[in-house]
Design a protein around this ligand. Structure first.
Ligand SMILES: [Fe+2]
Ligand SMILES: [Fe+2]
Length: 161
């Protein structure tokens, strides 16, 4: 007998496995941005501590987010638009990637600007929420199985290389 897919109002069907590597990185990004936003008010005026946090953000960007953005921009977004047509949300997400790149460049140059660190952490948090809550459900519901499986292979390769 088919079991109900609805448990407590949530779809119990899990996120397609092809997106799990991105969701893992989203989790790390959320942990970092929440911690930064929590600690930042206590660090104002402490330029050394601020420089450390800014350095941590830049390091996370270079280690994880560069490849993550590339996997989305080169694999996930084009595959979705190829199958589903132009999507406004993808334009918004690309604009947010650009903004985050600019903010990180600023952090790399100036080091310890609290406002820039805060702007980056807020943008990262909101961007990840938008992908998880708005973009990924479109992918789960509307992309064909074969396209999802090709996306999964492409994402794995892009994150590995
Ligand atoms: Fe993104
Ligand atoms: Fe993402």
């Amino acid at each position: 007998m088919a079991r109900s897919l609805i448990i407590g109002g949530m779809r119990s069907s899990k996120r397609h496995e092809s997106l799990i590597p991105l969701s893992h990185q989203h989790h790390h990004g959320l942990v970092l941005s929440h911690r930064v936003l929590r600690d930042l008010p206590g660090l104002r005026g402490d330029s050394q501590a601020l420089a450390l946090v800014a350095g941590e953000v830049v390091e996370f960007f270079e280690r994880d987010l560069l490849a993550h953005f590339a996997a989305e921009e080169e694999v996930l977004f084009p595959a979705m638009e190829q199958q589903l047509g132009k999507l406004t949300i993808i334009d918004e997400l690309l604009g947010e990637h650009r903004q985050m790149r600019v903010l990180v460049q600023e952090l790399s140059r100036k080091g310890s600007g609290a406002k820039t660190v805060e702007a980056f952490a807020e943008l990262l948090r909101d961007h990840i929420r938008k992908e998880e809550r708005d973009l990924f459900p479109i992918y789960d519901q509307r992309m064909s199985e074969s396209a999802q499986s090709a996306v999964g292979d492409g994402i794995r390769q892009r994150l590995a290389g």
